[in-house]
Structure formats: C-alpha cells, structure tokens
Design a protein around this ligand. Structure first.
Ligand code: ZN
Length: 124
C-alpha cells in the first residue's frame, strides 16, 4: 500500500521524462528572461543580471537553448538594451554588438541577407 503510493509520487525523479524537464526549463527560462528585461528597462541592473544568470544556468544544466530573441552579454549576462547599455553597428558585413557594461564584443555575420539581396538582383 505504502509502496504503490511511492510509485505514484509525482516528485520521484524517474517519473518525469527528459522532454517534460526541458518543457519546464523552457517555461522558467522564459519567465526569468522577461523579468530580467523588465528590470533592465526599469534601471535595476543588478537584479536584471541576476535573473539572466539564473536563466543561463537553467539553460546549461538542462541543455536547452536560451529563448530566441533574448539579447544578453555572453560574458557578464547583462540583458542588452540597444541605445542604453549596448552599441550595435554594422561593420564588414557583420552585426557588431558591444556590451557597455564589460566591454565585450560580439560579431554576427549577416550572410543570408546579403545572399538574398544578390538573388533578388539577378531575378530582375
Ligand atoms: Zn558584458
């Protein structure tokens, strides 16, 4: 009797599949990222950083990618708000993002857009 009760315990680890765990992780990361962005816009940078760090920790532990569109510094976990604490420039076919908190630089190429433009021109 007591044993069957144990088996149905929803907190027992083996009952929860990896997929379920990732779903929960994704949900919690979404909440943390939203809170972090809210705090960053409100000006409480320490708290914003803390929320983003927690979200990244969940991401690393559960092997779930960070929510798409979450803009943050890879080095210091600060949520980046263009015009406020980060500088975004286009340079040498790359989007160059400077974190103004720690000075780290991130470069992302936009080759797909360049290729697309090229094919559009050929079509004409
Ligand atoms: Zn930074």
């Amino acid at each position: 009797m007591a044993l069957s009760h144990l088996k149905e315990n929803p907190l027992s680890r083996k009952k929860v599949s990896n997929n379920q765990v990732r779903g929960i992780a994704r949900k919690r990361m979404g909440i943390l990222v939203r809170l972090s962005e809210k705090e960053a816009l409100g000006g409480n940078m320490a708290r914003a950083k803390r929320y983003m760090t927690l979200a990244r920790r969940i991401s690393a532990r559960n092997k779930v990618p960070m929510p798409p569109g979450a803009l943050y510094c890879r080095r210091c976990s600060t949520p980046l708000v263009p015009g406020s604490n980060c500088r975004v420039r286009l340079r040498d076919h790359r989007v160059v993002t400077h974190c103004l908190e720690c000075g780290s630089v991130r470069r992302a190429p936009y080759l797909m857009e360049i290729k697309e433009r090229r094919t559009c021109r050929q079509g004409r």
